[in-house]
Design a protein around this ligand. Structure first.
Ligand code: ZN
Length: 485
């Protein structure tokens, strides 16, 4: 008995010693300590007006791809060429497939690999039923209460116009970049990017250009979003999840609802959806999420930091923390959700044909093929026909030790001295998927402060960007471009 107690005591001492050593060697991965104060940047009124005017031009993308408002895109290009005339004088511009734009800024060093900055020109539609809930008209671009209001203020005209403002500032300073920089602006990100980003990528591929890195929208300087961290966290998307939609169809004899069959088409489909829903994947952390934990862990207060430094021991505790939120759960597995069900014409008629769409967001350690096979096995019903719709494979993980990532980290430390920086797994999809094979390094980051209130306005009601926040975004691009060696 004594021996067992002694052994247990020894085990506890060893465990505590390992925890302490691991915690003390769990060092911050920040370039500069994030203890600075937010910078007070002067408000540039002409930049504010430019974003406001850009919002007024309605470049909505519709799921029905036959609706294209070419005139709006033409007037957007006229607006850019008029307001940023010096930019167009010094950079080479190419219109791709009528509605996308590519600018090339030739650098001094022609042997250095170029980089590419991307933003999309289009916005999502306004839901008719929500129109009345907007404080300011969605396409008014109104400037009020310290914000610029309207569809696209954040996603993605806020980023796009900031890039042009930064370019304008650098032109005034007669700045010439060291390496060549491309600026690409696609026309249809919100509906998959096939006519915009994909064609820009084709154009670049045909010229056999390979890029040092590619930067797109994505993570933001989040405030109060990452659990247990009070300071803002700049989330740089180093990977994004994949995407696949399957359509389930059941075709079972219908008829009069007074004498229903044992199982109707509705029963077949709802039970298939239920099976998928009741069989979620096991929680696990992929490479990008492990890196995220390595970056945010050292910035956590004690005793939580001990847990993050010793994830081999506190794994289930950490997973439980992340399981608490929808976003956290989505970081840990491939998710599924039924999004469309088509059924029924009359209350006393049993429908014979039912279809449903289930959308999966695929974690980066598996493929869309794995997901489809698993779904088929889980449903395991010969009455359900499964067809595969839109799909994109998950991206690979871009390194956080490259020149590109470090440049973003350094620029963030300068422009957002109160924020920490971390690699991050993007849950949503961006146009970056079309550029995967022309660069090793893809970073998805929109350098703007974002709290959960503002996050809810993107694709929603009252989309807006803080005037002060917008000044930081411009400053970020200006600083980054001027540092680019
Ligand atoms: Zn977007």
């Amino acid at each position: 008995m004594k021996k067992i107690l002694l052994f247990l005591l020894l085990a506890v001492i060893v465990l505590v010693a390992v925890l302490v050593v691991k915690t003390s060697s769990f060092k911050s991965k920040q370039i500069a300590p994030a203890d600075g104060k937010r910078k007070e940047l002067p408000v540039d009124e002409s930049a504010v007006k430019h974003l406001s005017d850009a919002i007024k031009i309605n470049t909505t993308s519709f799921d029905d791809t036959t609706i294209v408002n070419q005139l709006e895109f033409d007037s957007f290009f006229t607006f850019l060429k008029t307001e940023y005339a010096p930019v167009f004088q010094n950079l080479e511009d190419t219109i791709i497939n009528q509605r996308s734009l590519l600018l090339k800024w030739k650098g001094k060093n022609e042997t250095a690999k170029p980089v590419i900055l991307y933003a999309h020109l289009d916005v999502v539609p306004i839901e008719e039923t929500t129109k009345a809930k907007w404080t300011h008209e969605p396409f008014s671009g109104e400037v009020a209460d310290g914000f610029i209001w309207g569809r696209g203020a954040m996603d993605d005209k806020g980023s796009l116009i900031s890039i042009f403002e930064a370019l304008k500032r650098l032109q005034t300073k007669n700045f010439t970049p060291e390496r060549t920089i491309y600026f690409a602006f696609g026309s249809d990100e919100e509906i998959g990017g096939k006519k915009g980003a994909a064609m820009i990528a084709d154009y670049l591929r045909a010229q056999k250009i390979s890029f040092e890195f590619y930067m797109d929208e994505g993570g933001m300087v989040s405030e109060g979003i990452v659990p247990n961290i009070k300071r803002p966290v700049a989330l740089i998307g180093t990977a994004e999840k994949g995407y696949v939609t399957i359509e389930l169809t059941a075709n079972v004899k219908g008829g009069h609802s007074s004498h229903p069959p044992k199982e109707s088409a509705v029963d077949v489909i709802t039970s298939a959806i239920k099976k998928l829903h009741n069989n979620p994947e096991q929680a696990r952390t992929v490479e990008t999420v492990n890196e995220f934990l390595e970056f945010v862990g050292p910035e956590m207060p004690q005793p939580i930091k001990i847990a993050f430094a010793n994830r081999w021991f506190f794994r289930s505790f950490i997973l439980k923390e992340y399981e608490k939120s929808d976003e956290g759960r989505a970081l840990l597995r491939t998710t599924e959700v039924a999004t469309v069900i088509n059924v029924g014409v009359k209350e006393n008629v049993i429908p014979s044909l039912v279809t449903a769409k289930v959308n999966f967001r695929v974690l980066n350690d598996e493929t869309t093929k794995d997901v489809i096979e698993r779904a088929t096995k889980t449903i395991n019903d010969t009455l359900v026909k499964i067809t595969v719709g839109e799909l994109y494979e998950p991206s690979r993980n871009s390194s956080s030790s490259t020149y590109g990532f470090k440049l973003l980290q350094q620029t963030t430390a300068e422009v957002f001295p109160d924020a920490i920086v971390t690699p991050f797994l993007m849950l949503g999809s961006t146009d970056s998927k079309h550029f995967q094979d022309i660069t090793e390094n893809t970073y998805r980051f929109f350098p703007v402060r974002m709290n959960s209130d503002l996050l809810g306005t993107i694709h929603g009601i009252n989309e807006r960007i803080g005037v002060k926040d917008y000044m930081e975004t411009i400053s970020f691009y200006e600083t980054m471009l001027s540092k680019l060696k």
